[in-house]
Design a protein around this ligand. Structure first.
Ligand code: BGC
Length: 494
């Protein structure tokens, strides 16, 4: 054997020994290495601390001002919605709404009875969107929606009354970033939340829907086009006149709020009579160097349908939390043999762990964490886990969910700051924040962490005048209410 060959053989032998030692080390101390990884993750995720969260709130508020100054000045788009009045409670008549924005869409109809009788009757139907339509063509997606709407209209019973000779009207909740040109038109800026339909971007979504409805023989006018945050704001205001901010924490995340028209330099239309304008922030695209982004988030983003975009949303919303946890567990399985010597095959499948699964594991109160055991088995085919391992899985869910909740709280604090409502003390006007979305509604640990963080950020006195409330199903109702206040027949009735 020559000198070079000898050296190569020695190096190869050393590598084998090192690999074997690594396996032994992993076997002996796998749990501890995994715990160490969890500790590192926790430190990173909690890194901003209260001070960092306050800075994030400040940056959110500054980005809001920049986005209002001029389009393109901020990552937060601050879209003008053309909604300058929120429902007053006097709306009357039959109105439809169509709510599209996640894996399901909903159609609903409301018979509104005015100040005295409010919502007299309401019916809705939820339809799940076949996954291939989320990445197909715009005509296919709208065609499917219009056909379901047609069936729903056909089922309208006698409790709903449309005056003779009138056309049905609809509020269209479309929960993606749209640049609006009027209350009932706007072009799609980009898709988010797993939708990716190339020919939809740049198109007027109301025109697309109208075309599809005509094809299905549905005679209906789209009276308003609103984002789900705007619908939630309108629905929230209908029940509580102090609602001034709406937030969605569901598959995606976003916020809308009432701004003074004179505080919107980029607005070049006439000032509305109310002096106000609702702004759809599109806060999911917010970014700050203070955000506690980890390697898992970077990888998730790089492999997503919209790399580099919606970073705040990817840290916070329901579409991603389960997936972040999966990525952490996968790394622990690979580097610390968390689930034994082989890496469970299913754990390698993107998006196999959903946020409702991590919520169920996170809230497991059984002594041996039986729910965690069951979820790992059912979802990932991982069996024979020790209680120690299950505890670590819960720990990872806790870290990721709480990071999300704290960031969402900082975002809300930023909006209140922009509105000058973050320092109001006792006796001052109350501000209500209406929140909708499954993440907030069903994930208790998330909800409570959000509320307590917001209280801490605002301080005791100011937080007494801010209430955070669940506005279940507000966005569809809100859209129908706005359709009522923008009905083509309103002038006839005045
Ligand atoms: C969209 C927003 C929407 C939010 C909540 C985001 O992905 O960009 O328009 O309001 O999800 O549905």
């Amino acid at each position: 054997m020559g000198k070079a060959e000898g050296a190569a053989a020695a190096a190869a032998a050393a590598a084998v020994v090192a690999a074997a030692a690594a396996v032994v080390w992993r076997r002996r101390s796998g749990g501890w290495r995994a715990e160490e990884m969890a500790r590192e993750l926790e430190e990173r995720c909690a890194a901003p601390g209260m001070e960092g969260l306050r800075r994030i709130a400040g940056e959110m508020s500054a980005e809001m001002a920049a986005g209002l100054a001029e389009d393109g000045e901020s990552k937060v788009k601050m879209l003008v919605t053309f909604v300058d009045n929120l429902p007053a409670g006097s709306e009357k008549g039959l109105f439809y709404a169509l709510d599209l924005g996640g894996t399901n869409f909903r159609v609903l109809r409301l018979q509104l009875g005015g100040k005295e009788r409010h919502i007299v009757k309401q019916e809705s139907r939820e339809v799940s969107i076949p996954p291939h339509l989320m990445v197909g063509t715009s005509a296919e997606l709208f065609g499917f929606i219009a056909s379901e709407l047609a069936r729903f209209v056909d089922s309208e019973g006698g409790d709903f009354r449309l005056p003779e000779g009138r056309q049905r009207e609809l509020g269209f909740t479309f929960s993606f970033p749209v640049r609006q040109f009027s209350i009932a038109s706007g072009i799609l800026i980009k898709w988010t939340k797993g939708f990716s339909i190339e020919d939809g971007v740049g198109e007027d979504v109301v025109a697309e829907l109208t075309k599809a409805m005509e094809k299905q023989g549905v005679d209906m006018r789209v009276a308003v086009l609103v984002n789900d945050t705007v619908g939630t704001l309108a629905g929230g205001r209908y029940h509580d006149e102090d609602v001034a901010v709406a937030v969605i924490l569901g598959t995606g995340t976003n916020a809308a709020y009432v701004e003074k028209a004179h505080a919107i330099p980029k607005w070049n239309g006439l000032y509305p009579k109310s002096g106000n304008m609702v702004i759809n922030m599109e806060w999911g695209n917010f970014w700050s160097s203070d955000l506690p982004i980890t390697e898992y988030d970077q990888e998730l983003d790089a492999e997503s349908l919209n790399p580099g975009e919606q970073i705040f949303e990817k840290l916070i919303s329901g579409m991603y939390l389960g997936e972040i946890v999966r990525r952490v567990l996968l790394k622990m399985a690979k580097e610390a043999a968390l689930f034994g010597d082989t890496v469970p095959a299913k754990l390698k499948t993107p998006f196999i762990l959903r946020t409702p699964d991590i919520s169920a594991m996170h809230h497991d109160t059984t002594p041996d964490l039986k729910i965690v055991e069951k979820k790992l088995k059912e979802n990932l085919e991982i069996t024979n886990t020790s209680v120690k391992t299950r505890k670590l899985v819960v720990k990872v869910c806790d870290i990721i969910a709480k990071r999300a909740a704290r960031l969402a709280a900082a975002g809300i604090a930023g909006i209140l700051k922009k509105q000058g409502r973050d320092t109001r003390g006792d006796g001052e006007k109350r501000t209500a924040v209406a929140i909708d979305g499954g993440l907030f509604e069903h994930y208790k640990e998330f909800r409570e962490c959000l509320k307590s963080t917001l209280e801490e950020l605002l301080g005791e006195a100011a937080s007494r005048s801010v209430v955070v409330k669940l506005a279940n199903d507000g966005s569809g109702i809100g859209a129908a209410l706005l359709a009522a206040s923008h009905s083509q027949y309103n002038e006839l009735e005045e």
